[in-house]
Design a protein around this ligand. Structure first.
Ligand code: TYM
Length: 331
C-alpha cells in the first residue's frame, strides 16, 4: 500500500484545473492507499491574506474537498497549520537547501517577475516547505498537476540529501502522480496555457460558479477570427476550447466540432454554448453538495479535529526519528 500525500493552497474557490490536476486523483487514490490530503494554509501566507480571508478560504477548500468526495474516514484530511511539526521539518531541511538551487526554481523566477514588490523568504523557500509536507509522512506518491513537477524533483533532492548526509535509507523518493497517462494541465479561457486563479479571474471556472456565471465566462473565452488553413496550428484560445471539450463533452460532441473546424463551417458561439452546458452538467452536483456542507459547521469542526489527530500521529513519529538521526538526543 503506497503512502500518498498532496495539498492545495487555500486562495479562494477551487477551479477545474485543481480538480483534474489533483482532486480527482485524491478521490480515486483514497480507496487503496494510505492518503494524507491537506489544505496548505502556511503556503498561502506568501500572499499576505487578512486573517478573515485566510480562515474563510480554508473553510471553502475544506467544504470543496468533501463535496468532491474526499472521505475523512478513508483518508487523513487536515489543515497544514494544525501540523506544526511541518514547520520544524521545514527549518531542518532549510539548513541543507542552497540559495542557488532555490533561486533557479521556475515558480520563484516567475514570482520575481510578476510581484517584484513582494519577493519574501517564504517564496524562496517554498520548495523546502513543500518537501517537508511530503516527506513528513514518508510519502511515495504525490498527485499533482504538471506545474508541480519541478517542486517534486526538488523534494527528491532534499530527501536524498538527508539520506546521504546521515548515511541512512530513511526518506523514500516521492514521485508525481496523476490518474491520466500524463500529468495534467487544464488551459485557461483567456488563451493562457494554464487555468489559474491568480493570473486572471476570467481565465478560471470554479466548481462553485453558478450556471449563469459559467455561461458568461465561456461565452467570453478568447478565440480568433475563424478557422485558418486546417494544416496550420490552431490559435491558442481555440486550441484551449477544444482541450476543454475533450474533458467535459461527450466524444461525439468534440468530434462534431473538430469536423466543423476542419471544414471551415464552425461557429465558435455554438461551440461555446455547448461547452458551457457540458461544464454545468459536470459541476452542478458538486455545487449542490457544497451548499449543504458549508452550513454544517459542527461536521466541519469534527473533520478538522479528526484529521489533525491522525496527521500528528504520522508526522510525530517521523519527526522523532529525524531528531534522533540528526543528533538531538535527550539528556
Ligand atoms: P496549487 O494550490 O497552486 O494547486 C493545487 C493543485 O492543482 C493543480 N493545478 C492544476 N492542474 C492542472 N491544470 C491546471 N490549470 C492547474 N492549476 C492548478 C496543481 O498542480 C496542484 O496539484 N504547491 C502546491 C500546494 C502544495 C502541495 C504540497 C502539493 C503545498 N504542499 C505538497 C503537493 C504536495 C500548489 O501551490 O498547488
Amino acid at each position: 500500500m503506497a503512502i500518498v500525500v498532496s495539498g492545495i493552497r487555500p486562495t479562494g474557490n477551487l477551479h477545474l484545473g485543481n480538480y483534474f490536476g489533483a482532486l480527482q486523483s485524491f478521490v480515486k487514490m483514497q480507496e487503496e492507499n494510505q492518503c494524507f490530503f491537506f489544505i496548505a494554509d502556511y503556503h498561502s501566507l506568501t500572499t499576505h491574506p487578512t486573517p478573515a480571508d485566510l480562515h474563510g478560504n480554508v473553510k471553502t477548500v475544506l467544504v470543496e474537498f468533501l463535496a468532491c468526495g474526499l472521505d475523512p474516514e478513508k483518508a487523513t484530511l487536515y489543515i497544514q497549520s494544525d501540523l506544526p511539526q511541518t514547520a520544524e521539518l521545514y527549518l531542518l531541511l532549510n539548513m541543507n537547501a542552497y540559495i542557488g538551487e532555490l533561486e533557479r526554481c521556475t515558480s520563484f523566477k516567475e514570482k520575481i517577475r510578476t510581484q517584484p514588490q513582494n519577493v519574501n523568504a517564504g517564496l524562496l523557500t517554498y520548495p523546502t516547505l513543500m518537501a517537508a509536507d511530503i516527506i513528513i509522512h514518508k510519502a511515495h506518491q504525490v498527485p499533482v498537476g504538471k506545474d508541480q513537477e519541478q517542486h517534486l524533483e526538488m523534494t527528491r533532492t532534499f530527501a536524498n540529501r538527508f539520506n546521504r548526509m546521515y548515511n541512512i535509507d530513511f526518506f523514500p523518493e516521492p514521485v508525481a502522480y496523476n490518474f491520466g497517462e500524463n500529468l495534467v494541465k487544464i488551459p485557461g479561457l483567456d488563451g493562457n496555457l494554464k487555468m489559474s486563479k491568480s493570473d486572471n479571474e476570467s481565465s478560471a471556472i470554479f466548481l462553485a460558479d453558478s450556471p449563469e456565471i459559467i455561461r458568461k465566462k465561456v461565452m467570453k473565452a478568447v478565440t480568433d477570427s475563424g478557422p485558418a488553413n486546417p494544416d496550420q496550428p490552431r490559435s491558442q484560445g481555440v486550441e484551449n476550447l477544444f482541450t476543454l471539450l475533450s474533458y467535459f463533452s461527450f466524444p461525439e460532441t468534440a468530434a462534431f466540432f473538430e469536423n466543423q473546424y476542419n471544414t471551415g463551417s464552425i461557429r465558435y458561439g455554438d461551440m461555446k454554448k455547448q461547452l458551457a452546458e457540458d461544464i454545468i452538467r459536470f459541476t452542478t452536483p458538486f455545487r449542490e453538495k457544497m451548499m449543504a456542507l458549508s452550513a454544517d459547521e459542527g461536521y466541519l469542526k469534527k473533520v478538522a479535529l479528526m484529521g489533525a489527530e491522525k496527521a500528528q500521529a504520522s508526522a510525530g513519529k517521523t519527526l522523532q526519528e529525524v531528531r534522533e538521526i540528526i543528533g538531538f538526543k535527550p539528556f
